[in-house]
Design a protein around this ligand. Structure first.
Ligand SMILES: [Zn+2]
Ligand SMILES: [Zn+2]
Length: 430
């Protein structure tokens, strides 16, 4: 009997041990499930925070692509470029930055409900809060030098801070963007540089018909800075005249390198200067080019479309239809156009009829006229004027002066509203 009782006891102990082992196994399994659940939500936050950092990068580049007259534009507009320039984007309204090289702006998200905002820009600055994780854009630098990328051959060079902007180069910009989801924080650093929009402009004044110049007309095909002040006349003085704003030194090799163009180009027809009183002046690389092998490009081709793709061009820019008035953006006139009074225009003016210009006009950008130009006021244009001409392209300057200064940067600026203009050079997670 004693033995039997002992056997019963062993069975109970064994049963208890089996139950213990089984409950340990169940507990272990449950812990694994809980851990994996934790792990997978951490992993999803980890992945999501990277996407949010990329969204921050997209805001930065979208804003860098805008014309600098747009309120959302981001970029270093100083001349020469400031190696210490830094734009910081905040979700809330930022205060004035403490250092003069920095610019603090609000995110395009700031108009959205807080719950809809992505956590890539930090909250409003309140004297010492988070600028470390804020979305920032700055030049790639080394000390006082800025890295530039040659837009033609892609080479990168380090240029010491000075007043000479290197030819055919755009600075390398570094966008630092931090995405946050819960406790997951990931920071990316992306290097980008501007590339040119494919514009075909090959003279300060281009015409498909014989050109008759009347009155006091001055044209300069050397490439000028986009910071050339209004009313700067064509001339040879380095102070106050256009020579002081040229990207070249008027020697052939430098002119070719910085993209200088002829003052006037035709497709073989003569340029007749009937100027009286003050003589007209034509400068450029060369001053004029009337080679019969020159090709005339229409506005579709100039702005990167097939010659017959008017629909494509119309869809690519936010054109407004006008028959008169100043140009602010992209203006198309299906007939004649009158620009009168005193006005400052920026953009592209596409006139399918004749252009009549009176008063005192400053124009930054591209003027394209399918018929003739009649200028009885004062025209100062930084960019280019293209006249298809009907039978003869008359630049009829009766009074005042006409100054046309070629500027590739202005043309790029107005044309880039239609397309991508940054190349991604480097991406890394910090
Ligand atoms: Zn000039
Ligand atoms: Zn030149």
């Amino acid at each position: 009997m004693v033995l039997r009782n002992n056997q019963k006891g062993i069975a109970l102990v064994l049963a208890l041990m089996v139950m213990l082992v089984m409950s340990m196994m169940v507990a272990g399994l449950m812990m694994t499930i809980v851990n994996e659940k934790k792990l997978s939500s951490h992993q999803s936050r980890y992945v999501e925070s990277l996407s949010i950092a990329e969204a921050g990068f997209s805001e930065a580049v979208t804003r860098m692509r805008l014309p600098n007259t747009n309120g959302y534009f981001i970029g270093d507009t100083r001349s020469p470029l400031n190696p210490h320039w830094k734009t910081v984007i905040f979700n809330g309204a930022p205060a004035t930055p403490t250092d003069t090289s920095s610019v603090w702006v609000q995110s395009i998200q700031s108009g959205m409900a807080a719950t809809d905002q992505l956590a890539y820009s930090t909250e409003s600055w309140s004297g010492g809060s988070d600028t470390v994780n804020a979305l920032t854009i700055q030049h790639k630098t080394k000390g006082d030098s800025i890295y530039f990328r040659n837009k033609n051959d892609g080479t990168i060079s380090l240029v010491k801070y000075n007043s000479t902007y290197p030819a055919n180069c755009y600075p390398v910009e570094v966008v630092t963007s931090t995405g946050r989801v819960g406790n997951s924080i990931r920071t990316i650093q992306v290097e980008v540089s501007k590339i040119d929009y494919p514009v075909i402009v090959d003279a300060a004044i281009k015409s498909d018909k014989p050109v008759t110049i009347k009155g006091h007309f001055r044209v300069c095909g050397h490439n000028h800075s986009k910071y050339t002040p209004n009313d700067t006349p064509v001339g040879n003085s380095t102070i106050g005249e256009c020579k002081g704003y040229e990207l070249c030194d008027r020697t052939h090799d430098v002119c070719v390198a910085v993209g200088c163009l002829p003052g006037i180009t035709t497709t073989g027809d003569a340029v007749v200067d009937k100027g009286s009183g003050s003589p007209s002046e034509f400068l450029g690389e060369p001053a004029s080019n009337t080679d019969p092998t020159n090709v005339f490009y229409n506005i579709e081709q100039i702005l990167g479309f097939e010659a017959t793709d008017e629909a494509g061009l119309l869809a690519a820019f936010p054109w407004k239809t006008q028959t008169s008035g100043l140009v602010n953006g992209y203006v198309i006139s299906n007939g004649d156009y009158t620009l009168a009074g005193n006005s400052n225009s920026t953009g592209i003016l596409w006139v399918k009829g004749n252009l009549t210009l009176t008063g005192n006009q400053n124009f930054r950008g591209l003027i394209y006229v399918e018929k003739d130009c009649k200028i009885t006021g004062t025209l100062w244009c930084l960019g280019a004027v293209i006249v298809e001409g009907q039978t003869i392209a008359t630049l009829d300057q009766l009074t005042g002066t006409g100054d046309i200064l070629y500027c590739s940067d202005i043309i790029q600026q107005v044309a880039s509203a239609a397309g991508a203009s940054f190349v991604r050079l480097n991406w890394r997670e910090r």
